[in-house]
Design a protein around this ligand. Structure first.
Ligand code: GCB
Length: 677
């Protein structure tokens, strides 16, 4: 082909592409060859559509088709044509370079990383496709509802890009009535699970960034005028149930009715200009409690629309350093989890998965679970409601986030508001946590301050927290001095090491601690001012020894052994006069490995014993969620033969095998802390 002909073909091709308004470039700009322009895609509905399970939705779970697209050629608008619709060649002459009918199968819900071996470490674009039929009825609206798609999903229905959601983990929906056809609807989702500096979470996390349609997908039918969502909670005085109902399509003055048959409640309110209705209904329900998780059937009606749910009523508040459930002091006997099932790799997506996981948590004697580090599927809080487990729910603002980036803040705000709007009727959820181990800075305070304001505005019937990091450098300096004082008189250290300890104490001068003296660690991160419960992650007995040994010039073995003796002399506290909560402590162990040293069950159990001794004499500490119930997948953790890409701090391994530390914690919750609920 001559040079001129080649240029001409390009010019024609590019002008055809530019003529399509979906991917039109700026008017005077010539699209660059081989570059795929950004699509213009609407946002999903801004509010979460709640109460969906009572609408008998059409499930779109099941077997879908999957294409893997690391080169981004599936996006429509470029030279390669795009994969937004299902096409098959009309005859032997048509060039198509993709095919959904011939593509691999993938199960929805579920992550793609663990369904296909070659995608285990994959962090990029894939395409999901399926067909569905719908017997569309008159005067009905149809909404595509996604429980969560990790982490950036664009939805195409019959070729039209109908919604894009960034962030993953939380539900979104879009009204697709205008795009539906009775048969053979072609639903295609482009999903990318790559994370970077500006995303939430960022690119580096200590959990697997599972990608794909990890949650339920469904088609929800509503009347033209319908209830979008409603928050139904007990007021703080425990004498009235309040309902805030959001509707769509009704006229001001139309009515909403709330019925709670078991309480003989049936009350009506009028919808205001903005579509909302508010009710406050005098009531004294039996209160939801982990020991007796009472749920009531609540029904809402407006026009032709009807929805219902099972809801528990309780209050949660703090009084000084005490946490009060239904006006009574309570300690949170907890454990942390990730959203992974026992006995299978990948994301836990079903109610059954959550039941098994939470049941093993209950076997420890817990009344509380920290659902770290991101929103789980909606099944989690439902199961917790039924099983009587208090729940901490969290958004993945983890380590270093782009605090100054407006788009990052927008994703974070979207994520927390969608989580709250989904779970605000779950009595089990008592804490919204906005962050985990975020280093101090002014911009971090502003970012998290904004989120905390959002949370309080959306839902003031729960407590706000964040897992804090503390001032590790300062703390380690104090700990080093105490270890030196302690080590001098012990037979753990060698003579050479004792000389080093003497040097450390001499340098500390008057501040040098006496052997055996206690040490109070005070958390004063200014974020403590903004939260209701001051939560703290600490790794005495695990990371701290590794950090101190080279700094002090003493063997890690000596430091670890001294540390186990020293931990019980530490008292945890905060500068805020609020309840303190230990949101993490732990140590790694490979199930079945016994003996001395790190990675053994024995060492992990020794760390738990020392930690429990410390925490049970720290009066401000009102609960704990040690890290973690089960070994979990983590790309950070490669050590062959021990980790093999799993974080080994679980009390059980991935198949449910219990380690010694499981029993240490169980004995504590069933013994000294048995009567603290
Ligand atoms: C932490 C993090 C958690 C990690 C854990 C660990 O502090 O919050 O995500 O998995 O430590 O095992 O290091």
């Amino acid at each position: 082909m001559g040079k001129h002909l080649g240029t001409l073909i390009w010019a024609v091709l590019l002008s055809m592409l530019a003529a399509n308004p979906l991917w039109a470039a700026e008017e005077d700009e010539e699209p660059a060859p081989f570059v795929t322009p950004e699509l213009v895609v609407p946002e999903p509905a801004s509010a979460v559509m709640g109460w969906v399970d009572s609408r008998e939705p059409q499930s779109l779970n099941g077997s879908w088709k999957l294409l893997v697209d690391p080169m981004q050629v599936g996006t429509p608008g470029g030279f390669f044509g795009g994969w937004a619709t299902t096409r098959t060649p009309v005859d032997a002459f048509q060039l198509l370079e993709y095919s959904y009918p011939d593509a691999a199968d993938i199960r929805v819900p579920g992550d793609f990383n663990t369904q296909r071996q070659e995608l285990f470490f994959y962090r990029d674009t894939v395409w999901y496709q399926r067909n569905f039929n719908v017997e569309a009825e008159a005067d009905t609206r149809y909404h595509l509802w996604f429980g969560g798609a990790n982490f950036d999903a664009t939805v195409f229905l019959n070729g039209a890009p109908v919604a894009r959601h960034k962030g993953g983990y939380v539900p979104f929906s879009v009204d697709v009535t205008a795009h539906l056809q009775p048969e053979g609807n072609d639903l295609v989702i482009r999903i990318n699970n790559r994370l970077g500096d500006d995303t939430v979470p960022t690119g580096r996390t200590d959990w697997w960034p599972y990608g794909g349609l990890t949650r339920d997908v469904m088609l929800v039918a509503t009347p033209e005028q319908y209830i979008v969502n409603a928050k139904v909670v007990l007021n703080n005085d425990r004498n009235a149930i309040t309902a805030e109902v959001a509707t769509e399509g009704f006229a001001a003055g139309d009515e909403v009715t709330v019925v709670i048959p078991q309480l003989d409640i049936s009350q009506t309110a009028r919808i205001s200009d903005n579509g909302d209705a508010q009710l406050s209904i005098p009531a004294q329900p039996e209160l939801w409690h982990p020991d007796a998780p009472k749920l009531y059937r609540v029904e809402l009606a407006a026009g032709d629309d009807r929805v219902s749910d099972q809801i528990g009523f309780r209050t949660i508040e703090t009084s000084g350093t005490t946490i009060m459930l239904n006006g009574e002091p309570i300690k949170f006997k907890g454990i942390s989890t990730h959203e992974e099932p026992i006995g299978r790799d990948g994301v836990a997506y079903s109610e059954a998965d959550m039941r098994v996981l939470f049941n093993e948590a209950k076997n420890l004697g817990v009344n509380f679970v920290r659902a770290a580090h991101y929103p789980y599927s909606r099944h989690a809080a439902r199961v917790a409601d039924e099983m009587g487990i208090l729940l901490w729910e969290e958004v993945p603002i983890y380590w270093n986030i782009a605090w100054e980036n407006a788009d990052t803040l927008a994703i974070a705000r979207d994520q927390i508001s969608r989580l709250i709007e989904r779970d605000w009727n779950r009595a089990s959820v008592v804490i919204w946590s906005v962050a985990n181990e975020t280093p101090y800075s002014e911009s971090r305070m502003k970012f998290l301050g904004r989120l905390i304001d959002d949370v309080r505005e959306l839902d003031d019937s729960r407590l706000v927290s964040a897992a804090l990091l503390g001032d590790t450098r300062r703390e380690l300096k104090h700990v080093a001095a105490h270890l030196a004082a302690h080590g001098q008189g012990s037979d753990i250290a060698s003579d050479e090491e004792k000389a080093i300890f003497q040097g450390v104490l001499a340098a500390a001068g008057e501040a040098a601690p006496e052997p055996g003296s206690s040490f109070t660690l005070v958390i004063d991160d200014p974020l403590g001012e903004l939260v209701d419960i001051v939560s703290y992650n600490e790794y005495f007995g695990w990371y701290y020894a590794r950090a101190l040994a080279p700094q002090m010039g003493v063997s890690e073995q000596t430091i670890r052994k001294l540390m186990l003796q020293f931990i019980p002399q530490v008292t945890m506290s905060t500068a805020f006069g609020k309840p303190m909560f230990i949101s993490e402590f732990g140590a790694g162990a490979k199930a079945g490995k016994r003996g001395e040293g790190v990675w053994t069950e024995d060492y992990q159990a020794a760390v738990y014993r020392a930690q429990i001794a410390m925490l049970s004499h720290s009066p401000q500490v009102q609960g704990m969620t040690p890290w973690i119930l089960k070994d979990f997948r983590a790309m950070l953790r490669s050590l062959p033969g021990i980790q093999d890409y799993r974080n080994r701090k679980g009390l059980i391994d991935q198949n449910g095998r219990r380690k010694q530390a499981f029993y240490v914690l169980r004995d504590f919750y069933n013994g000294p802390w048995a009567d603290t609920h």
